[in-house]
Design a protein around this ligand. Sequence first.
Ligand code: PMT
Length: 405
Amino acid sequence: MQTLAGKKILLGISGGIAAYKCAELTRRLIERGAQVQVVMTKAAKEFITPLTMQAVSGRPVSDSLLDPAAEASMGHIELAKWADLVLLAPATADLIARMSAGMGNDLLTTLVLATDSPVAVSPAMNQQMYRNVATQENIATLARRGMHIWGPAAGEQACGDIGPGRMLEPMQLVNLCEQFFQPKVLNGRSILITAGPTREAIDPVRYITNHSSGKMGYALANAAAQMGASVTLISGPVNLSAPAGVKRINVDSAQEMHDAVIAHAASHDAFISCAAVADYRPEEIASQKLKKTASNDHMTIKMVKNPDIVATVAAMTQQRPFTVGFAAETNDVETYARGKLVRKNLDMICANDVSVEGQGFNSSDNAITLFWPQGELALALASKEALSISILEKMHELMSLPPEA
Ligand code: PMT
């Protein structure tokens, strides 16, 4: 079932270069069943034409507060009541400042004042404007008033600068809209999730790690929070920001991850072990940087086993959370995954074939088969965000079953 089917989204476009992405955004929202009503500021029309937005949305664009003809069809108060979600993208520094001050000096700001629907703000501006304390305070004010702040992303900007201030990509905004409308089936549940790689130190400057980016675990944490759960994310070193509303605990090594998980497992209803935990670590960490010598062409590092975190949690005898593991395999995926499900005493395992290009480690998409003692479910290649919702829905279903007699 499409979560956006029948949802009414009022897309407010203000005058920034990212406005050109709104045609794509509108198309993708409509493709998923949403109705999109576009409202543009005067400056927005300098960047993308109302005709384009009318063509992609299939509705006349609203752009004036003082147009008797427009008011006669769907007036500004009706528009404000019509929306299930007001999405402001791009939201320029100027629009954000005017909203923060409570102004209603054009149709868009008036609508924001007049609506009691949820409002999501997707900032887009030059990185220095974004960093400016005035903008930061204005964004904080909007967040404090309950508006959702989606983005910005960081990277190269249209003006040539590099830094935070890029509007999120259309598909990221679509995913956020989908997650926003996701039924809150996990309300009242608490979920502990591990994500990312671990680092096993060799000496003060070197370590052993793997290719996990953290994307899968962070997508799960984000989706769980959007579905109403209270989420604790224990994260190895990654380049991702904590999803909104998620409590993050940073760790480096497998032992640190183990200790953090054990400290929190009993107070959560479910544990998802998505991290790529190193199975072994160097037996000794050299206190000084290891030196290359003329006589040593080879080097041997003696490794010892790390604790198996997910198996330790699954073996808990009191306050044991519903325990879900992952299996990252390059061959015989089902056989190895089923073996781990039984050997580690898990309630469910998410098997992914990490040998296939474009899925698994460090990709935005994945394909997963879920195995649990009484069944299995194949989830075809999709974004990690979309897969996370399916994984959590299945977990919710299994957790809600009455305990076996
Ligand atoms: O982070 P991304 O770039 O998005 O990539 C996602 C992913 C490929 C890392 C993810 O989808 C995934 O497969 N995670 C599990 C990786 C892994 O370590 O798999 P494994 O088959 O080696 O381990 C089996 C299970 O035991 C896993 O749940 C793992 O978290 C857990 N484990 C492993 C070793 C250990 N010492 N303790 C553990 O808890």
